[in-house]
Design a protein around this ligand. Structure first.
Ligand SMILES: Nc1ncnc2c1ncn2[C@@H]1O[C@H](COP(=O)(O)OP(=O)(O)OP(=O)(O)O)[C@@H](O)[C@H]1O
Length: 537
């Protein structure tokens, strides 16, 4: 034990070493000191490089921090619908992306009074960029598990456009969109919805776009952004407004759409367009048909299917040929084929929301079909779904229209501003489709595909009728449409697939006023037939 006593240790430590003749304790002291200094140096190096990383490596670090922030403050899209995570796990982080170093240079004011963006740094390179590459229709970017990265041009201004890592569309820089919209100038505002302000903009390649600047709140707007980017980015259809890309910079969330140049349907139906509406009956039917095709694609052409949740007149945009394009998918929900509904917070627009969805929160595509039925009624009548300026019995469009049809006053529901009244048959066909879409029993509502068949058949019947008018004096053709038992129209006894009457209200169901109305309508539509036609069906 004496080996370890103090005297021995002192002796050993006091011995001189070969290093400059320094004593052992001095050498040990120097070594320990150097080690401490080295450790401290390494720690400080580590901290410094972390602090620098947002500017030196903009693609990685801010992405992480913002992602955490967003997840903390915003319920994930997938809280309501697990399918989103299941199918688009990576894209769910679409909005959880990097805040570039340039964010510090941007003063943000997205209040309604002044929604201009002021860029503090005006020395950026603002060379026009080359035309944007067409977005890919593929969604492999998401499927392959790529997350969105910050484009290299971000914060630097100018530079070529970045193709989104989602596999479609572009990631626009704030500067690009600021330049396109004149700094989000008031005079470029084309509309304002619940979640943001929409601006007309012209990109450097001369493409006219609509830029929606989502309001700076962390709730529904953030959610809306994610949904649009994840869900609608993959959608391509001539009757759906195309999302071209998006911008995520700092607090900004912007969506960039194709520009639809003739306003929205609400403006044309309820705006100040004079005594005679430019929307003729045929134009209105074309708008209904186009809208039906867009919705049919969402419901029946995609997996998981998309429930729009906010079908209404202001979300139907029109081009100069009166083609309709459904817009505003911010409330959309995904629904896998194996699920018949999702339960979600009730959202939508008063007057258009299906009763069963309003009362239970259970959502599926049949809710859209109800809203679509209300929309048809609005288009036919020129009346808003709920209008408190009208007498009590006429405030609610659906109720009023049902009563009018039930009382055999169908002709009186037509918008008085339509220049040329529709034929009784065309009117009744449109009314039947509308009434079936708003059937209180959601299961009895037709699917959108069926609606299209009904409407297109209407189109043919109208043409047929006109032709008949022209040939009124000519002899009847040998081909006849027969009235079928059960209501179906047929030609040479063949059941016409998808005809309005191929799925009829059972004769003995007539317990309610509603059911009687439907039966009366079907009777009206299918009288013992006096039509003759040589037109191919
Ligand atoms: N791609 C577009 N092209 C042309 N105009 C558009 C486009 N997108 C939106 N708008 C215009 O901007 C308006 C506001 O659109 P937005 O989708 O924000 O709101 P909304 O549908 O009217 O209301 P909310 O979002 O509250 O339901 C639209 O009604 C339309 O007139």
């Amino acid at each position: 034990m004496s080996f370890w006593n103090g005297g021995f240790l002192n002796n050993e430590l006091s011995k001189k070493t070969s290093i400059f003749g320094l004593r052992l304790w001095v050498v040990i002291g120097i070594c320990v000191g150097a080690a401490i200094v080295l450790v401290l140096f390494l720690i400080s190096l580590c901290l410094t490089s972390r602090r620098r990383s947002p500017s030196s490596s903009p693609r990685k670090k801010p992405q992480k921090s913002l992602k955490l922030h967003l997840q903390d403050s915003t319920p994930s899209v997938s809280t309501d619908i697990p399918e989103i995570h299941h199918h688009h796990h990576q894209t769910a982080s679409a909005a959880a992306v990097a805040a570039p170093a340039s964010v510090a240079d941007v003063r943000i004011d997205v209040g309604k009074a002044d929604h201009r963006v002021v860029l503090a740094d005006h020395h950026h390179n603002s060379h026009p960029r080359p035309p944007a590459a067409p977005p890919s229709a593929s969604t492999t970017g998401t499927a392959s598990g790529e997350t969105i990265g910050t484009p290299s041009s971000m914060g630097g201004g100018g530079g070529p456009p970045e193709v989104s890592h989602l596999g479609w569309g572009h990631w626009y820089t704030l500067r690009e969109l600021e330049e396109a919209t004149g700094g989000l100038a008031e005079e470029n505002v084309i509309g304002e919805g619940g979640y943001g302000i929409v601006y007309r903009g012209v990109l450097a390649d001369n493409t006219t776009v609509a830029v929606k600047n989502l309001l700076n709140n962390r709730g529904q707007a953030e959610k809306e952004f994610k949904v649009e980017v994840e869900v609608i980015g993959r959608v391509r259809h001539k009757n759906l407004v195309r999302l071209l890309g998006y911008c995520v910079e700092g607090e900004y969330r912007m969506l960039v759409y194709e520009y639809v140049d003739n306003g929205n349907l609400e403006q044309w139906l309820h705006g100040d367009v004079g005594e005679v509406s430019p929307l003729t009956w045929d134009i209105r039917m074309n708008i209904i048909l186009g809208t039906a095709k867009g919705l049919a694609y969402l419901h029946e052409g995609l997996e998981p299917k998309v429930v729009h949740r906010d079908v209404k007149a202001s979300n139907i945009l029109l081009d100069h040929h009166w083609n309709s394009k459904v817009s505003d998918f911010g409330l959309a929900k995904l629904l896998c084929s194996e699920r018949s509904y999702v339960t979600t917070r009730v959202m939508g627009t008063f007057g258009y929301v299906a009763p069963e969805y309003a009362s239970t929160g259970m959502l599926n595509e049949r809710s859209d079909i109800y809203s679509f039925g209300v929309l048809i009624m609005e288009i036919i009548s020129g009346r808003a779904p709920v209008d408190y300026t009208r007498p009590p019995g006429e405030v609610n469009l659906v109720d009023w229209l049902k009563n009018m049809v039930g009382d055999r006053k169908s002709e009186q529901v037509v918008d008085p501003r339509i220049p040329e009244k529709p034929s009784p048959k065309a009117l009744k066909r449109a009314l039947l489709v509308a009434l079936r879409c708003v059937d209180p029993d959601a299961h009895k509502r037709p699917k959108m595909g069926h609606v299209i068949h009904m409407l297109e058949m209407d189109d043919l019947l109208v043409r047929d009728e006109r032709k008949l008018g022209r040939e009124s004096s000519s002899a009847q053709s040998s081909e006849r449409y027969h009235h079928r038992e059960g209501g179906g129209l047929s030609k040479r006894g063949r059941v016409l697939k998808g005809s309005a009457s191929s799925s009829t209200v059972p004769v003995h169901c007539c317990k309610s006023r509603w059911c009687c109305t439907m039966l009366k309508l079907q009777d009206l539509l299918n009288p013992p037939c006096r039509f003759s036609s040589t037109a191919a069906f």
